[in-house]
Design a protein around this ligand. Structure first.
Ligand SMILES: [Zn+2]
Length: 540
């Protein structure tokens, strides 16, 4: 179908989905230079399609559910992207960071090379760095991008597409570690892509991950790049920002860091792809179109631009966040074959035996709230971070450990979330508050614990259920004392309503929870076991 027809059809279908944004009128905010003579007719505009993902996290073979329907997986995402690409030859594929890191075994066990390979095969045009790209340090991140050797995987060619980053600076040279921007030409139209990563990154990745680099203010870095792009005659400017944002489905109520950035940056910026908080965002703020499409390949952003060839600037723009439902589309065979190749490759590692369980170890809690598997996991986390205590959210334990040989893959199923461990300091009083936060109005969540014992009373009111808290030697917890605590990153951010954990000081990020469990079990006398020990005691 002709491009002009397609635009009309898409407008209608997007309207039906109530997710459409009015096309920005000619000469919208900041595009003052495009004012002047009105264009003769709209079909002379160049129509460019940008397809974007964020926070993919290497979810090549992970199926998720949205509204009861299956979504996700690289082969289905690929089918959708190729379908949209076929509708407009002026298409560019982009990603806004966290493409790798916290990924499933099929990608993680091969240094996330499979994910880069999939993005290569799909013909991605440009990407930027999320915080997770730094998980294994700057050198490994740059190896994935530029290619190089890793002892676990051998030689790797790297990404076929450029990464841009305007605000990650080498501490010594004071220069960006990657090009701040690239210019892509589509049907003669130059389009500038600028990358930025949230400045909070050093506080949410392990310190060794960001050694040697610093993160400067996103808006300052973007504006510097915009100035350079404008000097080169580029008027269509897109920012790939690993910064959070969200909006209502109809584009109202846009919020998050990206909104502040949008308001601060030069009005020559037309579109900003956001990321990091895995949310829906499709809104216009200060004349800029902001999008984010959840995470894990469960959706992608389809941004349609109309560019006036005389001014080379955007005259209309709209976006749709498309969910990758499995029903109604055939998975892409080329990407499926690639994923299956990597699944076969990691099978020996996934099937590697880590230890032998003397008995089946379950997360079934007794009346007090303690479980054998919870004790094992909390012990592993406390050992990994060498702290006084550890607390594990019960919802993060997803499977039992069966009696007999325990494989790496089984342990992955027990702890599939790839949460990093966080060490922090809390007072005794804060630890008491933490335990009291287990009884919430809608749900009780019994934390699995290590390094302490306590009693709680069923007859006491919520907020004051905890009676006594003791150290292993029987001495009471000192409310004014300071204690080191390990939790996972989800809890450290106040997840599951454990808000007191956001007050923890002296934070330090450690290994992924699964790695802590694997190395702890490897270190135990075999066959290993874990039992309930009366760490949590319920009084009438
Ligand atoms: Zn992120």
């Amino acid at each position: 179908m002709k491009r002009s027809e397609r635009w009309g059809k898409r407008m209608l279908s997007a309207l039906a989905a109530a997710a459409v944004l009015a096309a920005t009128p000619v000469g919208a905010a900041g595009n003052g230079k495009s004012k002047g003579k009105p264009p003769a007719s709209s079909h002379r505009y160049i129509e460019v399609q940008l397809l974007g993902i964020n926070d993919f996290h290497g979810q090549l073979n992970v199926t998720r559910k949205v509204g009861g329907r299956e979504v996700g997986r690289a082969d289905y995402l690929a089918a959708y992207l190729k379908q949209r690409e076929a509708e407009n030859k002026n298409t560019l594929l982009v990603h806004a960071g966290d493409a790798v890191g916290a990924s499933p075994p099929v990608s993680a066990l091969l240094q996330d090379e499979p994910t880069i390979e999939v993005l290569n095969k799909l013909g991605f045009d440009v990407g930027t760095l999320g915080n997770h790209e730094f998980d294994e340090g700057v050198a490994e991140m740059l190896r994935l991008i530029h290619g190089g050797y890793h002892p676990a995987t051998g030689d790797f060619a790297g990404a076929d597409f450029p990464y841009v980053s305007a605000n990650v600076i080498d501490k010594e040279t004071k220069q960006p570690i990657l090009p701040p921007y690239v210019i892509k030409r589509v049907n003669g139209m130059p389009i500038g892509f600028i990358g930025v990563t949230l400045t909070d990154t050093p506080s949410i990745v392990t310190p060794s991950g960001v050694a040697g680099v610093e993160f400067i203010d996103e808006a300052t870095a973007i504006n510097k790049a915009v100035r350079e792009l404008k000097k080169k005659g580029v008027r269509t400017i897109v920012v790939l920002a690993h910064n959070p944002g969200a909006s209502n489905p109809d584009g109202t109520n846009a919020s998050g860091e990206i909104v502040d950035i949008a308001k601060t940056v030069d009005d020559e910026v037309d579109v900003i792809f956001a990321g990091h908080n895995h949310a829906y965002l499709n809104a216009v703020v200060d004349g800029k179109l902001l999008v984010q499409s959840y995470s894990y390949g469960t959706a992608f952003s389809d941004v349609d631009l109309k560019i006036d060839p005389r001014t080379k600037d955007v005259v209309a723009k709209q976006a749709e966040i498309v969910t990758t439902y499995h029903d109604g589309i055939t998975p892409d065979p080329e990407i499926r074959a690639l994923v299956e190749k990597y699944e076969a490759k990691v099978a020996p590692l996934v099937n590697q035996v880590v230890g032998t369980a003397a008995e089946t170890i379950t997360d079934e809690q007794n009346a007090s709230g303690e479980s054998a598997l919870g004790n094992l996991i909390a012990d592993a986390q406390r050992a990994a971070m060498n702290t006084d205590f550890a607390f594990m959210n019960p919802g993060g334990i997803r499977a039992d450990i069966e009696q007999g040989e325990v494989t790496w893959g089984e342990l992955y199923n027990v702890q599939p979330f790839n949460n990093q461990l966080v060490k922090m300091t809390l007072t005794g009083a804060q630890i008491r508050e933490l335990l009291n936060q287990q009884w919430q109005p809608t749900k009780t969540r019994m934390l699995q614990i290590s390094g302490l014992r306590y009693t709680w009373s069923a007859s006491r009111p919520a907020g004051n259920k905890v009676v006594d808290i003791q150290l292993p030697d029987g001495t009471p917890l000192n409310p004014n004392g300071e204690y080191t605590v390990t939790v996972n990153s989800f809890l450290a951010d106040g997840g599951d309503g454990f808000t007191v954990l956001t007050q923890g000081t002296n934070r330090e990020v450690g290994p992924v929870d699964l790695d802590a469990l694997v190395s702890y079990i490897r270190g135990l006398a075999q066959p290993f076991s874990a039992r309930m020990e009366g760490r949590i005691n319920r009084l009438p």
